[in-house]
Design a protein around this ligand. Sequence first.
Ligand SMILES: [Zn+2]
Ligand SMILES: [Zn+2]
Length: 167
Amino acid sequence: MTAAALEETARRLLGEIGCEALAGQVRVRWNNRMRSTAGTAHGQSALISLNPKLLAFGPDEIDRTLRHEIAHLAARFRAGRRRIAPHGAEWKRACHDLGLGAEPRCHDLPLPRRRLAARHLYRCLECRAEVRRVRPFPRKVACLSCCRRFNGGRYHDRFRLVKTDLP
Ligand SMILES: [Zn+2]
Ligand SMILES: [Zn+2]
């Protein structure tokens, strides 16, 4: 899946939800430096960065992550100069418009991190996947693959990543 094809999809989706000006600016890149975050959206530059590790999760997950990040850009674009919360009402509305029905907070890939500095270890109690973080998660985060497999991609407390002692 090429970044150009994903960018084309992003343009089409933004056009469809009435963000034509933004559709002309949006860029999508694969970013090899990303670790456990699935994707990010930078509002000012309209740049969506995707983690190439997503490729292992299949096209549905790539599409879902792309829409999640497009929703961030659309929410910010529609809000103009008004400040909005990253996953607030505006973002949820944009998700809805983009066909991401429920609130997908499963943001992080369940991938191990290799850097020694990642001293915070989390585990999915369902599939035992481990996630290491340099900083602790500031909020509840669930295992992406389990949310996908068992809950249509939506957050479920059962798949919450639980903080574990390092071995
Ligand atoms: Zn997000
Ligand atoms: Zn899991």
